[in-house]
Design a protein around this ligand. Structure first.
Ligand code: ADP
Ligand code: MG
Length: 228
């Protein structure tokens, strides 16, 4: 199996703003391996979210190549893209994005509903995912009954439930205290050792230092890419 799961060649994402062209991403060459654990850093406006959205197939490059699992994303149709987003990629957000009226189990089941999995199997797999993030005893709690760290664990369980190869997280510890942030980062570390690709955005150096690779963006370009 090709160890490279993500391959970007001369990738650009430009926005036409009247007379001006904003180069959100400017000729990016970047590869990720299957068990990478990487942080993307850089000042506000440097292109971090744009890069993450393209990796997650939520946005498409203006030019250049993006290959995911040896497949050119530009050649996928809408159905294939939706499948990739649902099956290959798990998203984790700063604000957790849980549905407040659903309990933990139901929140984690959501991606399985979209994937058309039968109710019995959904329940089993959602329970498994919640167990794997240490929340086996909270499955009937609603988000408001949990701490921030627990809410983020539910969100991670939801991201994991389809067994995606890639976890993408935009400031996943932005709303968590230091100790809880470190727990979450260690959990991501364990997931990457189990074979997942973990890519996260952070502006905190101490958070980035839990990863094994730090990519720094500036003005839409890679300023440095350091394996540690
Ligand atoms: P970061 O996440 O690092 O703060 P972004 O990827 O959000 O940066 O943005 C990179 C650049 O692209 C910024 O200059 C931003 O203003 C611009 N940009 C992002 N999204 C859009 C958009 N939808 N339309 C126009 N410009 C955008
Ligand atoms: Mg951003």
């Amino acid at each position: 199996m090709n160890p490279v799961i993500i391959n970007m060649v001369s990738l650009c994402r430009h926005y036409e703003m009247g007379e001006q062209t904003v180069k959100a991403l400017d000729s990016i060459d970047l590869q990720f391996n299957r068990n990478d654990y990487a942080a993307i850093m850089g000042p506000s406006g440097s292109g971090k979210s744009t890069l993450m959205n393209i990796i997650g197939c939520l946005d498409t490059p203006s030019s250049g190549i993006y290959e995911l699992n040896d497949r050119n994303v530009a050649e996928m149709n809408d159905d294939e893209l939706a499948q990739v987003r649902n099956r290959e990629i798990g998203f984790v957000f700063q604000t957790f994005n849980l549905l407040p009226r659903l309990n933990c189990l139901k929140n984690v089941e959501l991606p399985l509903i979209y994937a058309g999995i039968a109710p019995e199997e959904r329940k089993v797999r959602a329970e498994e995912a919640l167990l794997s993030v240490g929340l086996g005893d909270r499955i009937t709690h609603k988000p408001a009954e949990l701490s921030g760290g627990q809410m983020q664990r539910v969100a991670i369980a939801r991201a994991l439930v389809n067994k995606p190869s890639i976890i993408l997280a935009d400031e996943p510890t932005g709303n968590l205290d230091t100790a809880t942030s470190h727990d979450i980062m260690e959990m991501f570390g364990a997931l990457s050792e189990a074979g997942n690709t973990i890519i996260l955005i952070t502006h905190e150096e101490d958070i980035a230092h839990f990863t094994r690779r730090i990519i720094r963006l500036r003005d839409g370009r890679i300023e440095s890419d350091e394996a540690r």
